[in-house]
Write a protein that binds this ligand. Structure first.
Ligand code: AMP
Ligand code: GLY
Length: 423
């Protein structure tokens, strides 16, 4: 088969690596890819949001399957455009991707099917949001969320009423995140343990992947600013089969059934961001795609053929195609540019990649890298994902950090406490 992978981060390198292992994969293209993906695929300079260019490329190159990494093209309708051109796409339609594209849409849908989530209200007017906060915040701290697509920057977990009022001002009045803040969701703050539950679904059948815990803050001990993710691990000793069962039966399956009932069936990966409070899972958010960096620990453990899974999803035949993972452990450590998530320099040479990649039980997935004059240099905030594998989390962690020690670039920073608290 001829496959086009859309995206160019660590998630997409992990997907490319797994797609390449399939006997069905004859040719792999990536748009736009990165220096790591370039070792597995032919990279073409098309941006993930350039929908008509992607469709034209897929038509001209007789692509049999498009696999979409990031949310933006899905929310903008890439799957629909490919569908119209009769090109199979792994990823939900624009209507189904609303589960990530609009927080208000997702919250209303959860409320409709009684899926546990924090109590909430939706606002189009800043004055009304302010009035609600003045009443509500005294009893319950609130979280302010931009309704629209905000690239992970639209959520404000506020400590004080004044922070919450400022967040409303920033989103709705100053339009600090543009159109995304035209409408906001205010919800009660939950407390507990977070987990990412990624599920594969064809619109009828839904199969959970092993839950993953990711680390969003920049510094050890969950300090510093929020980032796109500084590492993650799986399995989670605290994610019991009963808990996953509850999340599937109370949240994931009712949501998928309702999407189908509305005539907008959800197909692809449905990622539920959960907060477990008093052993009850609540949904914080849905994502319409694989997680980053969750995918970097899931792909090395996935035993099933990813292309067969994608095709079964599109053909609504997931019930005949088991989703199998090994019961080993995986720990991912993200190596970031100095200054990330704020300003950082790029173009810095990376040393030690070769040595690190030769270590046993290690997989390296590139995120922000590019080839320049025969070397690999940094080109983004998150640069590399170092994944250690092992029979236990302790082994996996040791293998990841042993590889991290081999790698060096100017300003490189990473968290040294990924998966530490579980050991
Ligand atoms: P979201 O993009 O909606 O998942 O929000 C990003 C992050 O904000 C989550 O991973 C949580 O850490 C935090 N968060 C979101 N909603 C809540 C909530 N209701 N209570 C506590 N923390 C939250
Ligand atoms: N790891 C968070 C996300 O992919 O959105």
């Amino acid at each position: 088969m001829r496959i086009l992978l859309v995206g160019g981060g660590g998630r997409e390198h992990a997907l490319a690596w797994k797609l390449r292992q399939s006997a069905h994969c004859d040719t792999l293209y990536a748009a736009p890819g990165n220096a790591g993906i370039a070792q597995l695929a032919e990279c073409v300079p098309i941006a993930p949001k350039a929908i008509s260019e992607l469709v034209a490329f897929a038509q001209q190159n007789a692509i049999d399957l498009v696999v979409v990494g990031p949310e933006s093209p899905l929310i903008a309708g890439l799957a629909d455009a490919l569908h119209e051109a009769n090109i199979p796409c792994f990823g939900p339609s624009r209507a189904a991707a609303q589960l990530e594209g609009s927080k208000a849409f997702a919250k209303h849908l959860m409320a409709q099917v009684n899926a546990p989530t924090a109590p909430f209200a939706v606002f189009d007017q800043p004055e009304e949001a302010h009035a609600y906060l003045r009443e509500r915040f005294i009893q319950r701290p609130c979280v302010i969320k931009a309704d629209g697509e905000a690239l992970g920057k639209g959520v404000f977990v506020c400590e004080t009423l004044s922070d919450a009022l400022d967040a409303v001002e920033f989103l709705m009045v100053e339009r600090g995140l543009g159109e995304a803040g035209q409408r906001i969701v205010i919800e009660d703050r939950l407390h507990g343990r977070e987990m990412s539950l990624l599920c594969l679904t064809d619109g009828n059948t839904a199969s959970p992947m092993p839950p993953v815990r990711d680390y969003k803050r920049a510094l050890d001990g969950d300090r510093g600013p929020n980032t796109g993710g500084m590492g993650c691990y799986t399995p989670l000793p605290d994610a019991t089969p009963e808990l996953i069962q509850t999340a599937m039966s109370q949240i994931v399956r009712p949501v998928i059934a309702e999407m189908a009932r509305r005539g907008t069936p959800y197909q692809g990966v449905l990622y539920a961001g959960l907060m477990v409070q008093d052993e009850q899972p609540y949904t914080l958010e849905f994502n319409c795609r694989f997680g980053d960096p969750e995918t970097q620990v899931l792909m090395p453990l996935l035993e099933s053929d990813l292309i067969e899974l994608a095709m079964a999803t599109i053909a609504e035949q997931l019930h005949t195609t088991p989703l199998q993972f090994s019961n080993r452990a995986a720990v991912c450590v993200v190596l970031a540019s100095g200054g990330y998530p704020h300003e950082y320099r790029t173009g810095l040479p990376i040393e030690g990649l070769e040595a690190a990649s030769q270590l046993p039980n290690v997989q390296i997935f590139h995120a922000g890298t590019r080839a320049e004059g025969g070397r690999i240099v940094t080109s983004g905030g998150r640069v590399l994902n170092i994944v250690g594998l092992g029979a236990t989390l302790a082994d996996a962690r040791e293998n990841a950090y042993r590889a991290v020690e081999q790698i060096q670039f100017e300003g490189m920073h990473y968290r040294s406490d990924i998966a530490q608290s579980v050991l």
